[in-house]
Design a protein around this ligand. Structure first.
Ligand code: APR
Length: 240
């Protein structure tokens, strides 16, 4: 039997109802959105220290915004893939994501915890107000009506995760019957550390075993768009 077959058998035995899905950039790879690490990853072409830090933004807000505006354009054209759509079939699942691409919401999920923010929201650097900004900006860097610079509503390296998001994610993972870990390298903390709170059945879906794989019950060596629908169908069968 394959690891996928073993995982499906374990799900059929357990018939989990409280499902938590923890995702990283790999869940959106099949939508054409580049991951950060690995051979085609973004960090191959850019240095995270030059773009995704408060210091980089203070040094050159226009450069940082040029990078984010490029990513916003690319993500705007992307479509949710079979992994996002199958996860959304779990009406009561909590989706905890490190991604900022909004593809879980566009794929139909409702209970989403965004640990690292959202690339289509901006925050005033003076007043802290957060607003949705879906459309391309007329000029970069964008400014708030109050005159201050706007920044992406994204958690940069060295910044704290939103407290409310960490609390929601922790409670969900502790109370889960099953934890699906999809498309993350598991190397960025504190997000990756939340996974250790889970004590039940855990299944990773990733073509390359992540840093979290050894702690999972099963690690399925597969792309998210291939294996996720099969895993979700096994969970849905047990919930009928
Ligand atoms: N299906 C599933 N997983 C995939 C696929 C795919 N089609 N393609 C790649 N992967 C896996 C890779 O093997 C890798 O383990 O997705 C993972 C992507 O890892 P990273 O690029 O490190 O992305 P992520 O884990 O989400 O990074 C965490 O780091 O740069 C910061 O804030 C950024 O949220 C991000 C955080």
């Amino acid at each position: 039997m394959s690891v996928l077959d073993d995982s499906v058998a374990a799900i059929r035995d357990l018939q989990p109802h409280k499902v938590v899905v923890f995702t990283g950039a790999g869940v959106s790879a099949d939508s054409g959105v580049p991951t950060f690490r690995g051979p085609q990853g973004l960090w191959r072409s850019y240095r995270s220290e030059d773009l995704a830090t408060p210091e980089a933004f203070a040094r050159d807000p226009k450069l940082v915004w040029q990078w984010y505006e490029w990513r916003r354009g690319l993500i705007r054209e992307a479509q949710p893939n079979a992994a996002h759509r199958s996860i959304a079939q779990l009406a009561t699942a909590v989706v905890i994501t490190q991604n900022v691409d909004n593809l879980h919401a566009r794929g139909g999920s409702r209970d989403i915890v965004e640990l690292h923010g959202n690339i289509f929201r901006v925050r005033c650097t003076r007043e802290g107000t957060i607003t949705v900004a879906d459309e391309p900006f007329a000029s970069l860097p964008p400014h708030c009506a109050c005159g201050a610079l706007l920044r992406p509503d994204i958690v940069w390296f060295g910044e704290m995760l939103p407290e409310e998001a960490v609390e929601r994610a922790s409670a969900a993972i502790i109370g889960a019957d099953i934890l699906l870990i999809i498309g993350t390298s598991g190397v960025v903390y504190p997000a990756a550390g939340l996974v250790a709170l889970h004590r039940g059945l855990s299944i990773e879906i990733n073509p390359e075993a992540s840093a979290l794989a050894s702690a999972c019950t099963y690690a399925i060596p597969s792309r998210a768009a291939e294996a996720t629908p099969q895993i979700i169908n096994a969970i849905l069968e047990g919930q009928r």
